[in-house]
Design a protein around this ligand. Structure first.
Ligand SMILES: Nc1ncnc2c1ncn2[C@@H]1O[C@H](COP(=O)(O)OP(=O)(O)OP(=O)(O)O)[C@@H](O)[C@H]1O
Ligand SMILES: [Mg+2]
Length: 356
């Protein structure tokens, strides 16, 4: 396809990916996932990828595309909460000339762009009810309607969805259509959290160490046995993304102290005087951990209070929006919980966190 074609111009490249051996590691849960992926990639059925934030849902979606018979076709990713609700319908389904004020020409939607390829709908729980109905129609008979069009169009597309929420709970709360859930959930892949595949941690560490040493032209050495022990024991609330960020910081700063403070055991109360004083204690280290812990808890509380509207949360915390996005990632908090009411959705800047 030529690049002057407006459709092909918007189709995204698949991007760099770690080798399969690194992605799957050697734990049983990942071996089963790999087996499942190989079977489902070749069949044109919808796939739902579920798992906590940072477990690799994006990578797996790309692998499904690249192992499918449609791998030479388009790969189209839509990060649902990153596009304000009112724009999402036209982004997904396109529009005809004159469909609404400002529609000076027709525009094909991303569903159409994904023809004979893969449409990846990330954070699917964020679709509002109207769009859920349109998606249901697409999955039922491969048809959809551009906004303002008289007739339906037909498209052949493999739909892959991902979410870090429990869709069953969203259904119970009346936020997600159960009939759509059954359609997108023909095959389900569950990404195990990193704490359940601790045996894979050393290999991931070696991979990220080498990768970021190369990228930053650095020479950080392999972590000591002590640090490796803490890395293996840590509970990784932000999963592989948190591990990757930590290794990036380690490579850039080059000292073990730059990351060891983050590897606090779960539920340690740094504010209590019960901290063991047997053996040497580092006041500096404990104070730093306490500050980070307090910061994490406070950010979480403010985000919840502001219904995950990160712009309002940043204002309330009196820090910049960018600083908040950085801190959310760094603390391993969920990256994307945009509210479903369009007027509360922050504009495209949401992409900063969503894009990997
Ligand atoms: N198994 C893995 N092997 C190597 N790198 C991984 C693996 N899983 C995740 N990563 C890395 O961790 C980061 C986060 O992964 P990814 O974006 O796929 O997670 P996600 O589950 O989609 O998270 P979110 O729910 O926040 O969107 C990426 O930089 C990715 O390259
Ligand atoms: Mg993702």
């Amino acid at each position: 396809m030529s690049t002057s074609n407006p459709v092909s111009a918007l189709i995204q490249p698949l991007g760099e990916m770690p080798p399969d051996s690194v992605v799957f590691g050697s734990t049983e849960a990942m071996r089963l996932l790999r087996e499942r992926l190989a079977k489902i990639a070749v069949a044109n059925v919808p796939v739902l990828i579920q798992g906590e934030s940072g477990t690799g849902k994006d990578i797996i979606a790309r692998m499904i595309h690249s192992s499918s018979p449609w791998k030479t076709g388009p790969w189209v990713k839509v990060n649902c909460p990153a596009i304000p609700g009112t724009l999402l319908e036209s982004e997904l389904f396109g529009y005809e000339k004159g469909a609404f004020t400002g529609a000076y020409g027709m525009k094909p939607g991303r569903v159409e762009m994904a023809h004979r390829g893969t449409l990846f709908l990330d954070e699917i729980s964020e679709l509002d009810m109207g769009l859920q109905s349109k998606l249901l129609q697409l999955l039922q008979d491969g048809q959809f309607c551009r906004i303002g069009a008289q007739e339906d169009k037909k498209v052949e597309v493999r739909v892959v969805c991902a979410t870090n929420r429990k869709l069953e709970e969203e259904i119970a709360a009346g936020n997600f259509r159960s009939d759509l859930f059954y359609r997108i959930n023909v095959v389900n892949l569950h990404m195990p959290p990193l704490r359940e595949r601790a045996a894979d941690i050393p290999q991931l560490i070696s991979y990220f160490l080498e990768y970021y040493n190369r990228k930053f032209n650095a020479r950080a050495v392999h972590p000591s046995a002590d640090l490796m022990n803490s890395l293996k024991k840590y509970h990784w609330p932000g999963n592989v993304r948190e591990l990757e960020n930590l290794m990036k910081r380690y490579v850039i700063l080059g000292t073990e102290e730059s990351i060891s403070g983050d590897l606090r055991p779960r539920e340690v109360d740094f504010f209590s005087a019960d901290i063991s004083v047997e053996g040497p204690i580092s006041l500096k280290k404990i104070t730093r951990q306490a500050v980070r812990e307090l910061e994490r808890k406070l950010i979480l509380k403010v985000l919840q209070h502001h219904h995950w509207n990160r712009k309002s949360a940043a204002r309330a915390l009196n820090i910049s929006y960018r600083a908040l996005l950085y801190k959310i990632r760094d603390a391993g908090l969920p990256s994307n919980r945009a509210p479903r009411r369009p007027e509360q959705v922050a504009p495209a800047a949401n992409n900063i966190v969503a894009a990997d």
